[in-house]
Design a protein around this ligand. Structure first.
Ligand SMILES: Nc1ncnc2c1ncn2[C@@H]1O[C@H](COP(=O)(O)OP(=O)(O)OP(=O)(O)O)[C@@H](O)[C@H]1O
Ligand SMILES: [Mg+2]
Length: 240
């Protein structure tokens, strides 16, 4: 379970996240939906220990990210919103580096690297430098690197952006399998359709505040009943 308690983040006087409360249960695909600038990435960066939390606290599997950052980082897999990292490395060098960081034995790593990169169709590009990869290929190598150590909790910031339909399908299947094992898949998106297709539960964020959290089945109803949510709904569908 992931729990955010009254989490706040300020940037130079501007509140990007305002007293956010969220509970993300095990065994679910959880969608974090909101328009551009809503505070999704900022929240995710606090959940993963990249940004310090100004007020409030976040626990993952009962561990406080501010107090036990290393313990938390061992159990999470984080895919950032930008995949422009380690551009000078070859794909295979990057994956071996990730495997080293997480102490993955060499026989296991080879099997996993082959499985993941073949699933995403980048196996043949592993000998090339990441800077020569397309945006989608960079995204896929980052996702492969993150999943290598089989993290319990997946935290993915707009993971499907830039993926072609086949890879998008593959990743969605993996997300479903992972949740079915009783693990957490938490991901952000500004696309309502993706959430409707994929999620068990959703939180809608706007202006740094949670507007709605609940099961997918409850979301549509809320959109109909709440004027603010209806306006947000229009914004989110226009973004598509
Ligand atoms: N490093 C920063 N310095 C100053 N302001 C920031 C910083 N990072 C984010 N912000 C501001 O915080 C707000 C939330 O940004 P955030 O990146 O969390 O939004 P988002 O929901 O991820 O949007 P998107 O869908 O575009 O990725 C925005 O107003 C943004 O300008
Ligand atoms: Mg973002």
């Amino acid at each position: 379970m992931i729990q955010l308690n009254n989490v706040t983040k300020n940037f130079a006087g501007k509140q990007a996240v305002k007293g956010l409360n969220l509970t993300i249960p095990d065994g679910k695909i959880f969608g974090f939906l909101g328009p551009n600038g809503a505070g999704k990435s900022t929240t995710i960066k606090m959940m993963t220990g990249i940004l310090p939390i100004d007020e409030g606290s976040i626990t993952l599997n009962g561990m406080d990210i501010s107090k036990q950052p290393m313990d938390v980082k061992r159990v999470i897999g984080y895919v950032p919103d930008r995949s422009d990292i380690f551009l000078r490395l070859k794909g295979i060098e990057y994956l071996n580096f990730m495997a080293d960081v997480f102490n993955i034995p060499s026989d296991v790593r080879e099997e996993k690297i082959t499985y993941l990169t073949k699933s995403f169709g980048i196996y043949d590009a592993l000998g090339d430098h990441i800077q020569t990869y397309s945006h989608g290929m960079k995204q896929k190598i980052v996702v492969s690197g993150v999943l290598l150590h089989d993290p319990d909790i997946w935290i993915l910031d707009e993971p499907l952006t830039g993926l072609d339909p086949k890879s998008s399908f593959t990743l969605k299947e993996m997300m479903r399998e992972h949740a079915n094992k009783g693990k957490i898949v938490f991901f952000s998106t500004h696309v309502l359709e993706v959430v409707e297709q994929l999620c068990d539960e959703v939180a809608i964020i706007n202006n740094g505040q949670v507007q709605f959290q609940g099961a997918m089945s409850e979301m549509r109803q809320q959109f109909k009943e709440d004027d603010n949510l209806e306006r947000l709904f229009l914004e989110l569908t226009q973004n598509e």
